[in-house]
Design a protein around this ligand. Structure first.
Ligand SMILES: [Zn+2]
Length: 326
């Protein structure tokens, strides 16, 4: 049976850079990689902690230089996503990771949107683009990034917040989120992955987020769970990522079933799939096998992904019908 139709809502495009493409782009741009072969680089993807992941992640970004590179990166992801049953993808990118290397923000956005604009025709996938701020950079840097992106806001559906969470609470980014909302953008933020439940409260109350990325640690706070359930605030869970980054010890320990039982609108996503061991459907089958989820629960997760998306109602209904027919 083909993979169940689903939306991918938590996906960092930079985290889809597979070793083959990294070497191809390095050759195209005459960038020297500190690895002799794709196999050696693939082995380096087996990092053991957050810092070694981040070191590799940022080092490899050096191969992304031109509009064509960003278009090729996004197109390669979309082809893989389609094979995994993804019908709609809301894709994060980190402009500061590129502007800090001397690239123009327009190069990044033009390249990505070229691939996204062609996605419907080439891969049968609808898309949205979400611009993330690096929370371990300053609030001023986030504001400057937002202003630099203003000419391109018609291509951007939402703003987000990612990178090292602890010590960088949502409250730091109040002003840039206010500007984004004023400009008519949706808002999401990583919160409650490594950071405490208080960061999820802040994301809701101070940033006005429409969706919480990760949010697993909400389970430590009953009042927060009650609120998220009552308001039907979506949480974009990333089970394989949680294991690789040691948020949980093993997939069988994932709180996903308890979160569903608590009435939370949870979705299953892949985060940085090239690094964390799997794309969207790999995460679905991973939780199915480790947690013994039945077909109806998997359909609920697939339906949730479309309910939690920023799709218009007509397209959402079309995809929900595909889930029902599966
Ligand atoms: Zn993430």
């Amino acid at each position: 049976m083909p993979p169940i139709p689903k939306a991918e809502l938590h996906l960092h495009i930079e985290g889809t850079l597979e070793p083959e493409l990294a070497f191809a782009l390095a050759a195209r741009n005459s960038v020297e990689l500190p690895y002799l072969s794709e196999a050696e680089l693939r082995a380096a993807y087996s990092f053991s902690d957050l810092q070694s992941f981040l070191d590799l992640y940022y080092a490899l970004m050096a191969v992304l230089r031109t509009e064509d590179d960003f278009a090729d990166l996004a197109d390669a992801y979309l082809a893989r996503a389609r094979a995994q049953g993804v019908r709609h993808a809301e894709i994060f990118f980190d402009p500061q990771a590129h502007t800090a290397r001397g690239l123009e923000i327009g190069t990044v956005i033009e390249g990505l949107t070229r691939a996204l604009d062609a996605a419907e025709e080439r891969h049968g996938i609808s898309t949205r683009l979400i611009m993330c701020f690096l929370r371990d950079e300053s609030a001023e840097s986030a504001l400057a990034t937002f202003e630099a992106a203003r000419p391109y806001l018609d291509r951007i559906a939402a703003v987000g917040l990612d990178s090292a969470e602890v010590g960088n609470p949502p409250s730091k980014f109040r002003e840039v989120y206010a500007r984004a909302r004023e400009a008519g953008l949706k808002c999401v933020a990583h919160a409650g992955e490594e950071g405490p439940p208080a960061y999820i409260w802040e994301a809701l109350d101070l940033l006005g987020v429409d969706r919480v990325d990760h949010g697993v640690r909400c389970m430590e706070d009953d009042a927060l769970v009650a609120r998220l359930a009552a308001e039907r605030t979506p949480l974009t869970l990333c089970p394989l990522s949680n294991v690789r980054l040691r948020v949980i010890d093993k997939l069988a320990d994932h709180p996903l079933p308890a979160m569903l039982d608590a009435g939370l609108l949870v979705t299953v996503n892949s985060d940085d799939p090239a690094y964390f061991g799997g794309y969207a459907d790999d995460n679905f089958t991973g939780v199915r096998d480790a947690l013994g989820l039945d077909d109806e629960t998997l359909r609920t997760l697939a339906r949730n992904s479309f309910h939690a998306s920023f799709l218009d109602e007509e397209t959402r209904a079309k995809y929900l019908a595909e889930v029902d027919a599966h």
